[in-house]
Structure formats: structure tokens, C-alpha cells
Ligand binder design. Structure first.
Ligand SMILES: NC(=O)c1ccc[n+]([C@@H]2O[C@H](COP(=O)([O-])OP(=O)(O)OC[C@H]3O[C@@H](n4cnc5c(N)ncnc54)[C@H](OP(=O)(O)O)[C@@H]3O)[C@@H](O)[C@H]2O)c1
Length: 273
């Protein structure tokens, strides 16, 4: 039995399906009742007691980073004798300056996992391909996508590949103490993704880059805390985080190449209709 947190999200949801397809029993920690191919336990990552209540008979845990009292959550995981924890971290843990709040929560979460005494694997995925779903509303309204950081080329990763590496780390031997940077097969700028998405959807799409200041202001207007918007500005406008390098990890761990953005777009085309 594997406990998956964030099971309604892009990465956790892909992992629930991957494990279920592999025949592994899955328990999902959820904040509300949903349809998933898993046993559901209602709980909250900010409430370690609720996580503790979901650990009976669990041999591995997929854990999201950055929640309150994570030391207590990890102590409960250790007490329950779960054999392995896979932490969903981020490349932000490798940024040139980790004083921003996004890097800080990932660095702290990784340290807590390393200190937990539970065998661990840390995943540091680059930007998820599924962030492209944020364009769906613009594409229902027209053929123009406006988005941030037009010059940032990112080797974005398909959540299915994050799930595949997480599943291997949880189910196979040999992944203890490993830190896996996860990328797709190519670095793409937003305009490249718009072009590929347009080809898949059979539509003439156009990309317009926001200025860096427009991007930061838009994030804050959309409800993001200012310090987080400032962190993204540092990462992608000031270039403090370079996600352009393509890494061999998905191939090395799963034995197959990482999925392309075109494959992601074909699988998710319905979301843009
Ligand atoms: N997106 C990226 O580009 C990227 C890149 C690198 C790393 N990451 C990391 O990956 C994480 C997951 O990304 P994602 O795209 O899969 O996110 P997502 O689709 O927004 O999913 C977030 C998941 O976390 C759950 N959740 C949120 N607060 C919770 C709480 N207090 N207790 C229990 N569950 C809670 C949500 O459940 P509900 O359905 O209840 O809201 C949802 O299942 C991010 O938070 C980030 O740390 C993301």
C-alpha cells in the first residue's frame, strides 16, 4: 500500500493512476471526497495527526513539500514503519539564491526528509507541462496566448514522467538517498509550446509575451503572495533559475525517453476545446 498526497493534483493524480495500473494498492490523502482509483482518507498536510491516521499498513509515501509541521508528519511516517518516502521537491531547491520563499520551503522540506530517518528519494522536477492548462481559458476566448517569461526556455516535464519515476522509487530497490532532477526531452520557450499546441489542436495560435513587470503584477492580481511573485521574477526574469538543461534521469530510471510536449498536448487536447 502506497500513500499518495496531492492525489487530486497533476503529479499526485498521475501517480495514483500509475500505481493503480501497476496493481499496487493506493491510499490517497484528500481534503474532500473525489473519484479516484484509490482508497480515500480525508486529511490535510498541515495537520500531521490526520496524515498519521492514514499510515496504517503503508510501505511508501509520496509527499508534497512545504506544509506546516512537516517534521511531525515525517516522525509519524517513521513511527508507522513506512519503508520509503518520495518527496516532490523542485529545481527551486537548486536556485542561485535560495533565500526566496519558494526555494526556502523546498530546501527545508528536503532537509527534514533527509533527517527523518526514513529511507528517501527526492524528486526535483522542472516546470510541469501541465502548467500549460492555465492557457485553456484564453484559448476558449480566442487564438492568442499571453504569458510570462517569453525568453525562458524550460525543459518542462510531463507529470506522467514524474509519476513513473516516483513509482519506480517507491516500488523498486536502488533509489534510496537519490536526488532526481526531472526534465522533458527538449527546452521550449512559451512561443514554442504555443506553436506545438496549435499544431495538435489544428489551430493558428499566436503568442504574446508579457513584460516581466506585467507578469509579476498579474501574478499578484491573481492572488499570489507578493514574495512568491518576486521569487518567480527572480527565477525567470533575472535568470536565477535555469531550467533549460535536459537531464537523462527519466530515461535512466524508467528505461524509456521522457514524454514530449507534443505527446502531453495530444493527451490533454480536450482541455483546450
Ligand atoms: N507546477 C509546477 O511547475 C511545479 C514544478 C516543480 C515543483 N512543483 C511542486 O509540485 C507540487 C504539486 O504540483 P501540481 O501541479 O501537482 O499541483 P496541483 O495540481 O495544484 O495539486 C496540488 C495538490 O495538493 C493538494 N493540497 C493542497 N493543499 C493541501 C493540504 N493543505 N493538504 C493536503 N493536500 C493539499 C491539492 O488538493 P485539493 O484538491 O484538495 O486542493 C492537490 O491535490 C507543487 O505544489 C510544487 O511544490 C510544481
Amino acid at each position: 500500500m502506497i500513500l499518495v498526497t496531492g492525489a487530486t493534483g497533476n503529479a499526485g493524480g498521475a501517480l495514483v493512476r500509475t500505481l493503480a495500473e501497476a496493481g499496487e494498492p493506493v491510499r490517497a490523502l484528500v481534503r474532500r471526497e473525489v473519484e479516484l482509483p484509490a482508497e480515500l482518507v480525508v486529511g490535510d498536510l498541515n495537520d500531521p495527526e490526520s496524515v498519521a491516521g492514514a499510515l496504517d499498513g503503508v510501505r511508501g509515501v509520496f509527499l508534497l513539500a512545504g506544509y506546516d509541521r512537516m517534521d511531525e508528519t515525517l516522525a509519524a511516517v517513521a513511527r508507522a514503519g513506512a519503508g520509503h518516502v518520495v518527496l516532490l521537491s523542485a529545481s527551486a531547491a537548486e536556485a542561485a539564491d535560495v533565500s526566496n520563499p519558494i526555494s526556502a520551503y523546498h530546501v527545508r522540506s528536503e532537509a527534514l526528509v533527509r533527517e527523518s530517518g526514513v529511507p528517501w528519494t527526492v524528486l526535483r522536477p522542472r516546470t510541469f507541462m501541465s502548467n500549460t492548462l492555465r492557457w485553456a481559458e484564453q484559448l476558449r476566448a480566442g487564438d492568442v496566448v499571453r504569458d510570462a517569461w517569453p525568453d525562458a526556455a524550460v525543459a518542462a516535464v510531463d507529470p506522467l514522467d514524474i509519476a513513473a519515476v516516483a513509482a519506480a522509487s517507491l516500488l523498486e530497490k536502488g533509489h534510496d538517498g537519490r536526488v532526481y532532477g526531472l526534465t522533458g526531452p527538449r527546452a521550449l520557450r512559451p512561443a514554442d509550446r504555443v506553436r506545438i499546441l496549435g499544431e495538435v489542436l489544428g489551430r493558428e495560435l499566436r503568442f504574446e509575451g508579457l513584460t516581466d513587470d506585467e507578469a509579476r503584477a498579474g501574478m499578484v492580481a491573481g492572488g499570489m503572495p507578493e514574495a512568491y511573485a518576486e521569487a518567480f521574477y527572480g527565477f525567470f526574469a533575472r535568470g536565477e533559475l535555469d531550467e533549460s538543461a535536459v537531464l537523462p534521469t527519466v530515461d535512466e530510471v524508467t528505461g524509456r525517453p521522457p514524454r514530449t510536449f507534443e505527446q502531453w498536448a495530444r493527451a490533454n487536447a480536450g482541455a483546450f476545446g
